[in-house]
Write a protein that binds this ligand. Structure first.
Ligand code: FE
Length: 339
């Protein structure tokens, strides 16, 4: 009898453990130091353990698909609303319903269908050589196709999701034909074949290999606050320009880093708690002050370095378009010969 009771107790405690493990499991595409800090703070605050699997967004989507109902993942984190759109389309996410999040986050950045929430946003901007480019010569993304920029533009490869999102926005705003024409002309204006990441494009301006670059805004903050002399020098060699600010123009392209709640989230309550925390003023301040992204919570101010660039008009496109037109964007890059 004693044995049976003991066995029962052991079984009971195992099954309890299985259900009540105080944890939350993240599949994350984010590659910034700030994230670790956020999860440690959340753990301290709530006692909920945060487990993270890192990979690129498409790999994580594949994994979620293959694991199906048995997936341990609660949250899917990306640096691209387009990938959240893709996960939604594949039926991998469920709607998020939290009054706290709705109160925390700028409604203009939210998914109109409720399947994902933004945690930060970034703009894909133009940076230009202080010495070799005049601000007055800059205007729109479309204007970068102009012959006057021949041999002067630096930008990373088209396999990168940041460029794919930018071109998706151009397709959504202006159509396929203009997007193809634009891509072809940009390729004609390349200072060199695309290589390296966004930071490398800025370093190439500093080294005189080109005069302007298309990069994500936060990388300028990261360069300027770097511990490496070479990176600070690169950051200081350029100025920031927000394109498409004129009347009747779209505003600068933005993308959200955001999170979706998985369809079969085993720790849903903990997952929602984490989302509420990450959109809180405290966590949003940690984002802006460590990764130089813009806050999704409008009650938080960007970092001083970022604030200095001034306010700008943002493209108001539903960010799901950055996923809707992704396949078209990849085809156009290919046709245009953008490596
Ligand atoms: Fe990045």
């Amino acid at each position: 009898m004693k044995k049976i009771i003991l066995l029962l107790l052991v079984t009971l405690s195992i099954s309890c453990n299985k259900k009540n493990l105080n944890e939350v499991n993240l599949y994350s595409q984010r590659h910034y130091n700030v994230d670790k800090k956020q999860y440690e703070n959340f753990e301290k605050l709530t006692g909920i353990k945060v487990n993270v699997v890192k990979a690129n967004a498409d790999e994580l989507i594949e994994r979620l698909k293959n694991e199906g109902k048995n997936s341990p993942a609660d949250l899917f984190i990306t640096v691209d609303a387009g990938k959240l759109y893709k996960a939604t389309e594949l039926g991998l996410l469920q709607k998020i319903d939290s009054e706290i999040i709705n109160k925390n986050v700028d409604p203009k950045l939210m998914d109109p269908n409720g399947f994902w929430i933004p945690i930060t946003f970034r703009s894909r901007i133009i940076v230009y050589s202080k010495d070799r480019v005049k601000k007055e010569d800059l205007d729109t993304y479309e204007d970068l196709a102009n012959e006057k920029w021949k041999g002067r533009i630096l930008v990373r490869s088209s396999s990168n999701s940041y460029n794919q999102a930018l071109l998706s926005s151009i397709i959504a705003n202006h159509g396929l034909d203009l997007a193809l024409e634009w891509s072809k002309n940009i390729v004609q204006n390349f200072a060199r074949d695309p290589k390296g990441n966004d930071r490398d494009q800025v370093k190439a301006i500093a080294a005189g290999q080109g005069d302007l670059a298309i990069v994500n805004s936060y990388y300028i903050g990261l360069l300027l606050s770097s511990e490496k002399e070479e990176e600070i020098k690169a950051g200081k060699s350029i100025k920031v320009f927000f394109p498409n600010q004129g009347e009747g123009q779209t505003g600068s392209h933005i993308n959200a880093s955001g999170i979706g709640l998985t369809k079969n989230s085993p720790n849903k309550l903990n997952a929602i708690k984490l989302l509420e925390y990450l959109t809180s003023i405290e966590a949003q301040e940690t984002y802006v002050n460590t990764s130089f992204e813009y806050p999704a919570n409008p009650n938080v101010q960007p970092h001083e370095i970022v604030k200095e660039w001034g306010d700008f008009k943002k493209d108001s496109l539903d960010l799901n378009n950055l996923g809707k037109f992704r396949e078209d964007a990849i085809l156009i890059f290919d046709k245009a010969g953008w490596k």
